[in-house]
Ligand binder design. Structure first.
Ligand code: ZN
Length: 98
């Protein structure tokens, strides 16, 4: 299972994805991912066993526009306080809320 940067098409494993998420919106299960190759950001919606790649529509009341969805077996997402925590295999990443 590989994910692609929507800007430069670089390929990432789920572990790399976790490492490069910089902020979260725990209520919506959104995270902001910064590509280590092109340094551009993209928004993801993360759920148990799923990641959706897309972008936020800047219009009044932002909404998430889906571009691609991926199944990631073993991915677990939970809210911890004001943060969003993602578990994958032996990796755990707590992503602070915006
Ligand atoms: Zn990129």
């Amino acid at each position: 299972m590989k994910l692609f940067c929507r800007h430069c098409q670089a390929v990432f494993s789920p572990e790399e994805l976790l490492e490069n998420c910089t902020q979260s919106w725990p209520d919506q299960h959104w995270v902001y991912f910064v590509c280590p190759e092109c340094h551009k950001g993209m928004n993801l919606e993360v759920k148990n066993e799923f990641v959706f790649v897309g972008f936020l529509d800047g219009g009044p009341g932002s909404s998430f526009i889906y571009e691609r969805g991926y199944t990631i077996e073993g991915l677990r997402v939970e809210r911890e306080g004001n943060d969003l925590t993602i578990h994958y295999g032996s990796h755990t990443r707590r992503i602070p809320s915006k």
